[in-house]
Design a protein around this ligand. Sequence first.
Ligand code: 5GP
Length: 239
Amino acid sequence: MKQKKLLYAGKAKTVYRTDTKGKLIVEFRDDITAFDGGKKDVLKNKGSYNAEVSAFFFGYLAENGVKTHFVKMLDPRHMVVHELSMIPLEVIVRNIAAGSIVRNYPFKEGSKLNPPVIVIDYKDDSRHDPMLNDDLIVALGLCTPAELKKIKKIALEVNRLLVKLLAAQGITLVDFKIEFGRKGKTICLGDEISMDSMRLWDKKTGESLDKDVYRFNKGDVMATYNTVAARIVHAKKRP
Ligand code: 5GP
């Protein structure tokens, strides 16, 4: 498969057309950003760690009946995906209160959210990804009520599967963000699922194993990503 013209360059990934209709190549770059791009760095090999973890999660989810855009890896940082018409929503599932909901609402950091809480933000950096509600999502024409119901159902199923997988590796899935798109009329999981888009806490020590290490200068980001990728991907125990 040949890489063709650039379609889209985001903060950490670049998407290219290919010589195959309906297939795109996503390049996971080494750029890392936080706080709406206010903090930026390039960390060698970060892209390949995120690509590896994303590919592993997409494979695991597909084995368990979740439709995703993932096709295959071309090399450690280039992923072939089905082209989706992306829906500009950031669907966040929270099992434990942390991050913005602790800043914005009277939740105590670390408190359990049972049942999990779904928060949906509008993916628009220029507006700082404002939180939406169901009525706004439909009024903005972002998706139909039936699609929204499906998106929430898939998000909770992804959460159930990832919680189980990560718990077996001694990792607590605090929260994560996923994005969806349409392939024809089918809603599929797109984008990535990696240390950049999740909060992971070590079950024993409580230490952060994700982008919070970068956001809040908690330690060596690449050493963390390296260890977490190995812990997740090369895990012997699969639930
Ligand atoms: P929070 O709303 O607490 O900042 O984020 C909740 C979860 O969603 C965290 O795991 C965070 O990494 C992820 N998340 C929220 N917004 C974004 C975003 O714009 N990009 C990425 N990669 N992850 C996000």
